[in-house]
Ligand binder design. Structure first.
Ligand SMILES: [Zn+2]
Length: 370
């Protein structure tokens, strides 16, 4: 079990290729942390993993800032801003001295690459999970099948055309991307930075589209499984490529809701031998603790880990969107109370290979969680 959730086969390690980033202006700064070295963390909060430490006086190059945990113990300022370094790791800006009056840019996920302006194409990557993305002769599923690209395949997008509306892993859209090869892929399954320009009239006319309805990959109503709390990006990060979900920090006992209607398929304690899911876990224990897995329509499954005790539903039970299925805890591989939330497509079964980033998926289904 642990394997299926935390270990990823080498073949999927390169699943989501991040959009090409601009060679952005950076800010030079200095660590001010006289008593102990400053932790460089995986995320913008002290409960995220420390990757390394920096002694006071270390020069830093800051790419941009994100809003994170409020830090009021730092010597420089009280702030909820965290500085993202070149390798994607974060330090609290409370411990960083910068030149006064020089603003640090806000980090924008998938910010358009400045380099793209000089290039005729927009960089992207296939984000289709376990099922390869089909390239077609036109912007509709009825158009001629040309090839199939596996998850993570880099794309060079020339421009976009309107076509058949598709609900995909990244967005719900009627835009199709015309690649530099002339083939089309639905933009619903493309992880990219900038929005590609519209194809001009000179572009080949799109063939007639079939009037078949788009598949609702995840029909029905979707809700935030932890209303009032939000997730930070954390799906397959460069520093944690095997993390196939997002973490929503919360408090022990907060109700966890089914993200959509479905059938409960697993209510399980998943933990390293010799440990109990009924005790607070730690970063050194493997497993996602008490978890619930729900099978939804359209081959979508959701997984909810680290519950404080066994989920309050049973395998085989039908649940409605928003129904309470368990309570937040810190069981298993967890260093603070939170919900680890996964979305899988093309299930059953769930596997690391068919996990998709829950953030764009939930946004596309009207239930943004971060
Ligand atoms: Zn997690």
């Amino acid at each position: 079990m642990r394997k299926s959730i935390f270990i990823v086969a080498g073949v999927v390690a390169a699943a989501l290729v991040p959009p090409v980033q601009a060679q952005a202006a950076t800010t030079t700064a200095t660590v001010v942390s006289p008593k102990r070295p400053l932790n460089v963390r995986e995320g913008a909060a002290v409960w995220t993993r420390s990757l390394r430490t920096l002694p006071s006086g270390t020069a830093l190059t800051i790419e941009c800032q994100v809003k994170g945990q409020l830090i009021d113990q730092g010597p420089v300022r009280v702030t909820d801003q965290w500085d993202r370094l070149a390798d994607g790791a974060f330090v609290s800006d409370a411990w960083v001295r910068r030149a006064p009056g020089v603003p640090v840019p806000v980090c924008a996920e998938g910010q358009p690459a400045a380099a793209a302006a000089a290039s005729p194409t927009t960089a992207g990557a296939v984000a289709s999970g376990a099922i390869p993305l089909k390239t077609r002769g036109g912007p509709a599923r009825a158009a001629q099948l040309l090839s199939a690209l596996t998850n993570g395949t880099p794309l060079n997008i020339a421009c976009q055309v309107p076509g058949e509306r598709i609900a995909g892993t990244m967005r719900v859209t009627d835009r199709w991307d015309r690649l530099d090869t002339g083939a089309y892929v639905s933009d619903a399954y493309v992880n990219r930075g900038a929005t590609p320009p519209a194809c001009t009239a000179a572009a080949p006319a799109a063939p007639a589209t079939a009037q078949t309805p788009a598949p609702t990959a995840a029909a029905g109503r979707w809700v935030n499984p932890l209303p009032g709390f939000s997730a930070r990006p954390g799906f397959r990060t460069p520093t944690n490529p095997n993390h196939v979900g997002v973490d929503i920090m919360s408090f022990v006992g907060t109700p966890i809701h089914a993200a959509s209607a479905g059938t409960v398929v697993e209510v399980v304690c998943n933990i390293e031998a010799g440990h109990s899911c009924d005790q607070t876990g730690s970063a050194s224990i493997g497993g996602c603790g008490w978890y619930v897995k729900i099978q939804h329509a359209g081959g979508v499954s959701t997984l909810y880990c680290h519950m404080v005790r066994r989920g309050v539903v049973n395998a085989g039970q039908h649940v409605e969107a928003g129904q309470v299925i368990g309570y937040v805890g810190s069981s298993g591989n967890s260093s603070a109370p939170h919900l680890h939330y996964e979305v899988h497509v093309s299930t059953p079964p769930t596997s690391p290979a068919n996990a998709i980033d829950p953030l764009p998926f939930m946004r596309a289904h009207g239930a943004p969680i971060g």
